[in-house]
Design a protein around this ligand. Structure first.
Ligand SMILES: [Cu+2]
Length: 313
């Protein structure tokens, strides 16, 4: 995964923000060095004088007027650059964009790829895949408190507000794996509300999206079969969904293809059988306060569930 940094832009919006940052750093940095230099010269001169020498009042007034004018000019210049950057960011033509809905939950991301045909919509959690070079419109809202979507390599921050829809338009121009993070304190596990973002070429992305449309894989082994039965009839199905099974609840991450994701629990755990086992043993020990109760499974039931869920590629 690339460093979570706005200094390494991977899209047009992030590039515009980076350019503004470069300009502001250059201008304010130069001002800082000028002022610090002037102070140093004044101090150096002061050590060589016995009594302070008065400056002519007229000269003093002229200097104050000039420095005020230059300061105001620089500030307006930066303001102009900021407005221009805002326009550049908004200018993205979104007529042929991919639409994705993102709903923030304490403390995970619910993601749905829109499609006019309901059966072609794709729902997943805690991972965002984007096609290279194609505009994307993110429609965002929250299920509980205010969260903030922030993938600095792609764009600035935008809040997810309960009862309101906010929109972010962006285009990724460089393939890679980036890290998103909730950027608005939203409770106990706010720091563990990360969002891996994968940008890949169109063909690869379309193949992935097609794969995500398929129902959950059927169990192969007897152990997986038992796991699936437990998943459907146990408490899991009252919160989670997996397409093609009897589990259809929407208050927790969709697990249809959960084994194909990079991480579990909002970027907290690598997605491997050992982590899944640990999560099912005690999600509260791993992510205290999160909304999944301790399932209280027997050793065998847990192994069966790990075998089943681990096969949901
Ligand atoms: Cu948060």
């Amino acid at each position: 995964m690339e460093p979570q940094s706005m200094l390494q832009p991977a899209g047009v919006q992030a590039q515009a923000i980076r350019a503004l940052w470069d300009l502001m750093l250059a201008v304010t940095g130069s001002v800082w060095f000028l002022v610090a230099g002037a102070i140093c010269i004044a101090l150096w001169r002061a050590t060589r004088r016995t009594a302070p020498q008065p400056v002519a009042t007229r000269r003093m007034h002229a200097m104050i007027a000039w420095s005020t004018a230059v300061t105001i000019g620089v500030l307006f210049g930066l303001l102009g650059a900021a407005v221009w950057t805002g326009q550049r960011i908004q200018a993205l033509d979104a007529s042929n964009a991919l639409h994705i809905t993102i709903v923030g939950h304490q403390w995970w991301w619910d993601i749905e790829y829109a499609d006019p045909i309901a059966s072609r919509r794709v729902r997943l959690a805690n991972e965002l895949r984007l096609p290279l070079d194609r505009p994307v419109v993110l429609r965002m809202t929250s299920n509980d408190v205010i969260h903030s979507f922030w993938v600095p390599n792609l764009h600035g921050k935008l809040d997810l507000v309960p009862g309101r829809v906010t929109m972010l338009r962006l285009r990724a121009d460089r393939p890679g794996r980036f890290r998103g993070q909730c950027a608005e304190f939203c409770g106990m596990q706010h720091a563990h509300m990360a969002l891996p973002v994968i940008v890949e070429p169109r063909g690869q992305f379309d193949a992935w999206l097609d794969g995500q449309r398929q129902p959950a894989h059927l169990p192969h082994t007897a152990q997986q079969q038992r796991g699936r039965a437990l998943f459907e009839t146990g408490s899991c199905a009252s919160c989670h969904a997996a397409l093609g099974t009897r589990a259809g609840a929407r208050t927790a991450p969709d697990l249809t293809h959960m084994a194909s994701r990079l991480t579990l629990a909002g970027g907290l755990l690598p997605n491997d059988p050992a982590s899944l086992e640990a999560w099912l043993r005690d999600p509260q020990a791993i992510k205290p306060g999160n909304r999944m109760p301790v399932p209280g499974l027997s050793e065998r039931d847990r192994q069966d569930l790990v075998a089943y869920l681990g096969g949901l590629q």
